[in-house]
Design a protein around this ligand. Structure first.
Ligand SMILES: C[S@@+](CC[C@H](N)C(=O)[O-])C[C@H]1O[C@@H](n2cnc3c(N)ncnc32)[C@H](O)[C@@H]1O
Length: 229
């Protein structure tokens, strides 16, 4: 399907003509208008393809911890086979108690999990959980946990991965920033909460538009966006 790779050309004209907000508008309102103009343009251009798994099976590492990810572990084998994801290196942004980390680690030689381990405005738990999560995952020898802000990590890491999972704070700007970097560093990127957070879904659409990747969506378990080349 042909795509416009110069999105600025398209959304520049309504702004230049009648949509230019009053220069005295507060910054937050200006960003909201900008986001909505961008979103209208993006949503009309990016098809969201339904992801329907052909089979479901539990991987061997399933933790008994609180998570909104439950259900996705059972489609990983199907997804990895469908999109021909290689089993070398996996990177995850957003580990929390380790549910997705443990499940994903069943399919890769090595997995690096990056998290602040102090929660965010959308998580129920804002304690420091680095030690308890590290102890829980210690037995999985191919898993390495790093306490870091994703911004610090992406400023320094120039390597490539086979798959990256993004499940951090669910704002548009953080998902877009982390997700765009991820889409440039892996052929397959997963985004959790594309159904429960509209901002996440919008950010994934924008990344698909900018990178020319296909956007599949699994509607269950709060939604899993899948960007593939
Ligand atoms: C929704 S939880 C992750 C859930 C997990 N993937 C699971 O399987 O249940 C989001 C996590 O993102 C982390 N986080 C939020 N903002 C972050 C940032 N700027 N950099 C790194 N991690 C962040 C939080 O500490 C929290 O543990």
């Amino acid at each position: 399907m042909p795509r416009n790779f110069d999105p600025f050309e398209k959304f520049a004209w309504p702004i230049a003509r009648n949509f230019m907000p009053d220069k005295n508008l507060p910054l937050v309102e200006f960003i909201d208008i900008w986001n909505s103009v961008m979103h209208d343009l993006i949503s009309s251009q990016i098809p969201v393809l339904p992801y329907v798994p052909e089979r479901r099976e539990l991987p061997p590492r399933v933790l008994r911890v609180r998570t909104a990810w439950r259900g996705i572990e059972s489609i990983l084998a199907d997804l990895i086979q469908r999109f021909r994801v290689r089993g070398g290196r996996c990177l995850e942004f957003g580990v929390e108690f380790g549910y997705s980390t443990a499940a994903l680690s069943c399919f890769f030689d090595e997995l690096t999990g990056v998290d602040l381990f102090t929660g965010d405005k959308h998580t129920l738990d804002q304690r420091d959980i680095f030690s308890e999560t590290s102890e829980r995952l210690f037995r999985f020898r191919n898993v390495r946990l790093v306490r870091s802000d994703y911004r610090r990590w992406i400023a320094r890491d120039h390597t490539l991965y086979d798959l990256i999972h993004v499940d951090i704070v669910h704002t548009y700007v953080d998902t877009f920033t982390c997700g765009l970097w991820s889409a440039l560093h892996a052929p397959c990127v997963l985004f959790h909460d594309t159904v429960s957070f509209l901002e996440v879904r919008r950010a994934v659409s924008a990344i698909a538009l900018l990178t020319g990747k296909r956007f599949y969506n699994f509607e269950e378990s709060n939604g899993l966006g899948i960007l593939v080349s």
